[in-house]
Design a protein around this ligand. Structure first.
Ligand SMILES: C[S@@+](CC[C@H](N)C(=O)[O-])C[C@H]1O[C@@H](n2cnc3c(N)ncnc32)[C@H](O)[C@@H]1O
Length: 245
């Protein structure tokens, strides 16, 4: 109740007083409710897709892999960072074998929720922080890395980006999809501490100090960055980061 009041205060007054830890509780509560009735009050289609072990790997993701150094590989290892309890990645791609690895900092709590609800995920999310991927996974070990609506919820998104680039193989793609300027929209409450936006084709990340940080500049010499506004009315940003071969 206390955390709910703090979040309301922060939304209404824009004071950003809900702590990051409150935000984690909120995230967990969201998923507990969303999954409790097979997604009926959340998104039935998404629930069905995410729990289907035969769900098709997204065409857009196939295209990124097809345009990368992994194009001709038949066995692919892919990583979802900040996957939540049920990764958004599709599971099957005819003619290719996919090893899908899903990580999230709240994985242990998600496991508890899934267990309580009797849901067996086709891909089990394991615990890892986006900021520490190279402590868990070898450098250059994934053919494709994705993160959707997640690393803007992290404590250090630029570190997450650098770590994703570290673990993706040379010549391969890191794909980021996030809502624009979530921290401003959410009043800097809870896990919403960072704004992602597109400027001149670059992905620009801004925090409470309003100091913009350019992904292109931070990854110069290591990877290229192409960012576009996405969504029905440009409410999101999609960034394709290609690690140098
Ligand atoms: C809004 S949810 C999105 C989950 C999923 N990607 C989706 O689109 O449904 C954001 C997720 O990012 C995770 N997250 C936030 N910071 C993280 C970090 N530093 N490392 C790993 N996961 C993180 C949260 O725990 C949460 O599950």
């Amino acid at each position: 109740m206390l955390s709910l009041l703090r979040r309301l205060k922060s939304r209404v007054l824009g004071l950003g007083s809900a702590s990051y830890e409150d935000g984690m509780d909120h995230e967990l509560g969201f998923w507990r409710r969303a999954l409790a009735d097979q997604g009926k009050r959340w998104d039935k289609g998404a629930f069905a897709f995410r729990t289907d072990p035969e769900a098709a790997f997204h065409q857009q993701h196939r295209d990124f892999i097809g345009s990368s150094a992994a194009a001709d590989r038949t066995s692919l290892r892919v990583l979802d960072v900040g996957a939540g309890p049920l990764t958004t990645l599709g599971k099957k791609w005819p003619g290719r074998t996919l090893e899908i690895v899903a990580v999230d900092c709240l994985a242990e709590s998600f496991d508890q929720v899934l267990g309580e609800l009797g849901i067996v995920p086709p891909v089990r999310t394991t615990k890892a922080f986006g900021e520490e991927l190279s402590a868990t996974f070898a450098k250059d070990s994934f053919d494709f890395v994705a993160s959707a609506n997640a690393i803007d919820h992290s404590r250090d998104p630029m570190k997450c980006v650098a770590e994703m680039v570290e673990v993706v193989k040379p010549g391969c793609v890191v794909f980021l999809w996030h809502y624009r300027n979530e921290a401003v929209r959410e009043g800097f409450a809870g896990m919403h501490q960072w704004n992602f936006d597109e400027e001149g084709g670059d992905l620009v990340v801004t925090g409470r100090d309003r100091r913009p940080r350019s992904c292109r500049a931070e990854l110069a010499g290591i990877a290229t960055v192409e960012c576009l506004r996405d969504g029905k009315s440009g409410e999101a940003v999609a960034a394709v980061i290609r690690k140098r071969a």
